[in-house]
Design a protein around this ligand. Structure first.
Ligand code: ANZ
Length: 835
């Protein structure tokens, strides 16, 4: 027997009215039953529902990860936030919801899920905010964390709050210091005097990764070069592994390319040019052009500049060196006009013995290769421009292919000419090999692989960071602080405003006890660590966050690591994501970890732009506050809208109509599911097939991160299902929607359907689909009146006579024909003829 919707509509009462259920059954002349109800379905009250289930999840510790149990594990990680004064941005929930969907989906599938949260609390932005509001950073950071926690909790994310970490707490930074100590004790952390990026506004050095287009990534001030003694981590020792390791990772290709370029592997040759008593080493990838060298260029910072400069050229050279200091690497690389000065000295070409002049010019960078080049103006663009400007000779040694423009240097490979006898006539690659062979035994050539990547500068002359756990003896020798003396506490008796000198120098308490333990004259290092050191290992701490004996226990690490899914911004490609891989590889090499890649699968979220398509920013006044959204639409609507708004990895503009559409959809789901739960059980073939298809779609779409199409699939399903009287889909549907709109789903599951236990548990389970049913075809059935075609209805193949009649009576015109007819003839999958 089929059920039809009641002509007496369900009434929706105000929320204060309690439910009452009166159902009456009747039959029409087609033999179809009607049901009548005066059921009162309560209004969808998101505030009450969301508060109720958030409390329930917290009290029942629903999302607690269980260390090392028998279930398969799933580690879902968000990039943790730095608790800024502005609070949560509408962009945060986009990535957090995506991770949350995975975490909930895997939990329902029976996995032991780790979904942790923490705060990247140290660092420049937190400190600058504290300076702005005139309060100590410890205070402002604590306040900001309270606000962030409230906001994050209001979204109902499935975090295991018991594992919360805060990088600015001694119980955490003790282990950040331990990481430093382990690297230092194993010669992977060292101190050196070097040119460093100096931000004059933030009054601190910056890592290369924190300089964007020559400016400080944080404040936008033009960065200067300052020679300073700083601490470095030897990331370059891992350059090759960092490159090859990428191959086995499921990461966006663009991110892999970004890291590959940043690491910048280059295979070439070091050639030695002699100038009097001095050897000048150059790095070249074109040894085949050796006989076309007409001058050498040193970077102005090159250590031989002073020694090679003749008396006549001294003042010009000094002036040029001083000017270069004001320029960033970028300015130097993109400068329209080449500049430079002759040193007055000459060097011998190791191949031909010819004497060539030695110049200095800022287009040669000090930090790449050897900081010196052999210039071949006939075959290199930059050298060509330079030679033109300073009227230096241009000697062609590679035959240009026909048609190459006369006024441009020939930069391709080709046949060597105008060189020594043994090189002439060879092709570039062979000539290069010959050059190396000829010069190698004289000690003038060496094949090398170099990397653009530099060691990671990790010391900062700022207050709000983990103190570097180093003590200098009276003679200045650094030694690491003993493990039992960690953490080196960050003192509070300081003026934290930046002066260029490390604020820890002013503390009265910081050096207390050091001399007693490390000898007279011993004193602590005054710099703190780059906050990216704190975030380079936090995912390890989450595995065992309360351990006070180790950074994390071996068993916990073995069980949880590596991270199965990591979601966060693409802007971290050459910073955090590289650092975290390096620290993992270093700890692996030293025997602390048995895996060497931290994040197996990585995805980036697209930006959420303001409604006008611009980036949201406070100064433009186009920022959307998540608190207000939750107040007005509810967390489930915000979550679902942010998944629905467009493909997850693409930037997309905010649309208020979009969120109210999603809100209306959730209201509809709430109403229909509530109503159908109370109706007698009923199946129809078409809803059955549609449900199977939906299960398959949502499952696959989640796996492929096509959240937007998963949501639209659910919307289409509700549209279709609401046209029928079927009820068999409600339980599956509620489970499917639960990762997206968990509060609503929990209310329907436990509140309306009276199910035992949470919808997000494996006991509820993720719905399975039957591939055979999914594949079911639909057919178009002709509806005739006395043999004349009056319309069609579409149903799954094999639909019964009753199902076809039920479908017919949903169309007003066809229903009239059916009602007026005395009888009908039915041919399955073909036709129904009313006579
Ligand atoms: C001679 C030559 C002839 C070069 C020629 C190129 C073409 P990649 O591939 O990026 O590694 N170079 C080396 N060190 C440099 C520095 N510190 N600053 C600026 N330029 C530098 O580039 C290697 C090439 O970049 C080297 O090969 C060198 O110029 C230049 F027809 O040497 B070549």
């Amino acid at each position: 027997m089929a059920w039809r919707r009641s002509p007496v509509r369900i009434r929706y009462g105000p929320p204060q009215r309690r439910k009452s259920s009166i159902v009456r059954i009747d039959q029409n002349k087609l033999g179809l039953a009607f049901w009548y109800t005066t059921e009162v379905v309560e209004k969808y009250d998101h505030k009450q529902i969301e508060a109720k289930w958030q409390k329930y999840w917290a009290e029942n510790q629903t999302f607690q990860a269980q260390d090392g149990d028998k279930r398969p594990k799933f580690y879902a990680l968000d990039m943790f936030a730095y608790p800024s004064g502005d609070g949560l941005h509408t962009g945060h929930p986009r990535s957090y919801t995506a991770t949350d969907i995975f975490a909930r989906y895997y939990r329902m599938k029976g996995f032991n899920v780790l979904r942790p949260i923490g705060w990247d609390a140290f660092g420049l932005p937190a400190e600058n905010y504290a300076i702005k509001v005139g309060k100590p950073p410890a205070e402002t950071t604590a306040e900001n964390i309270i606000n962030f926690t409230r906001q994050v909790k209001s979204f109902g994310f499935a975090y295991d709050w018991d594992r919360e970490v805060n990088t600015a707490e001694p119980s955490y930074y003790k282990w950040t210091q331990w990481v430093f100590k382990v690297l230092f004790d194993n010669e992977l952390a060292y101190q050196k005097e070097a040119y460093a990026n100096w931000c004059p506004k933030d009054q601190t050095v910056l890592a290369n990764e924190q300089v964007v287009n020559g400016c400080c990534e944080r404040c936008g001030t033009q960065v200067e070069q300052k020679k300073l003694k700083q601490w470095f981590f030897k990331i370059t020792d891992f350059a090759e592994e960092l490159l090859t390791g990428l191959d086995k990772l499921d990461w966006p290709e663009s991110t892999k390319v970004g890291q590959r370029n940043w690491i910048g592997k280059s295979e070439g040759v070091m050639l030695t040019f002699r100038s009097g008593d001095f050897d000048i080493e150059v790095f070249t990838t074109r040894a085949d052009t050796l006989f076309g060298v007409t001058y050498l260029v040193l970077a102005p910072e090159h250590e031989l500049v002073g020694k090679l400069t003749t008396a006549e050229q001294q003042s010009a050279v000094e002036k040029y060196v001083a000017e270069t200091k004001k320029k960033s690497s970028l300015d130097r690389t993109v400068a329209k006009e080449k500049t430079g000065v002759f040193t007055g000295s000459f060097a011998a070409n190791p191949g031909s013995g010819d004497q060539v002049p030695i110049w200095i010019a800022d287009y040669v960078l000090t930090e790449y290769g050897t900081g010196a080049i052999m210039a071949v103006p006939a075959h290199d663009e930059r050298d060509f421009e330079f030679a033109k400007k300073f009227d230096l000779p241009i000697k062609e040694v590679i035959e240009a292919l026909a048609g190459w423009p006369k006024d441009k240097p020939y930069t391709e490979y080709g046949k060597v000419k105008n060189s020594v006898v043994w090189a002439d006539g060879l092709l570039s690659e062979d000539a290069a090999l010959e050059v190396i062979e000829e010069l190698e035994h004289k000690g003038l050539a060496k094949a090398v692989t170099i990397y653009r990547l530099h060691d990671w500068l990790i010391s900062r002359q700022r207050y709000w960071g983990a103190p570097i756990p180093i003590v200098y003896s009276a003679d200045g020798t650094p030694q690491s602080v003993a493990a039992e003396d960690l953490p080196v506490m960050l003192p509070t008796d300081v003026d934290f405003k930046p002066t260029g000198e490390s604020p820890l120098a002013k503390s009265q308490t910081f050096q207390a006890g050091v001399e007693e333990k490390y000898g007279k004259g011993a004193h602590r290092e005054l710099d703190t660590m780059d906050t990216f050191v704190c975030s380079s290992w936090y995912f390890l701490r989450y595995c065992d966050p309360r351990n006070d004996k180790e950074f994390a226990g071996k068993k916990s690490l073995k069980y949880w690591m590596p991270v199965d899914l990591y979601i966060g911004g693409a802007e971290h490609t050459n910073g955090h994501l590289l650092y975290a891989r390096f620290i993992t590889k270093a700890l692996h090499k030293l025997g602390y970890l048995d895996f060497d890649e931290p994040f197996l699968k990585l995805r980036h979220q697209g930006l959420i732009l303001a409604a006008d398509g611009e980036k949201m920013s406070k100064s433009k006044g186009n920022v959307i506050n998540p608190d207000e959204l939750i107040e007005q639409y509810g967390a489930d609507a915000v979550r679902m809208y942010e998944m629905f708004m467009g493909p997850f990895d693409q930037a997309i503009a905010w649309d208020t109509n979009g969120i109210s559409g999603v809100r209306k959809f959730l209201e509809r789901v709430y109403r229909i599911v509530s109503e159908r739960t109370l109706m007698p059980y009923h199946e129809t073939v078409e809803t059955g097939v549609a449900l199977q298809r939906l299960i398959k779609k949502v499952t696959n779409d989640i796996e492929e991160m096509k959240f937007n199409t998963a949501v639209s699939g659910m919307m289409e399903f509700i549209n279709e299902a609401s046209k029928t009287d079927s009820t068999e889909w409600v339980q599956e549907f509620v489970r499917l929607i639960s990762p997206f709109a968990p509060h609503l789903a929990e209310e329907l599951w436990q509140g309306v359907m009276k199910k035992e236990g949470s919808v997000c548990e494996a006991t509820a389970g993720w719905p399975a689909f039957d591939e055979a049913k999914v594949a079911l075809q639909t057919v178009i059935i002709a509806v005739q009146e006395k043999g004349k075609l009056r319309g069609t209805v579409e149903l799954p193949a094999g639909a019964s006579e009753q199902e076809v009649l039920a479908m017919v009576s949903q169309n007003e015109k066809l229903k009239k024909i059916a009602d007026a007819a005395a009888k009908h003839i039915f041919v399955q999958d073909r036709v129904v003829n009313f006579i």
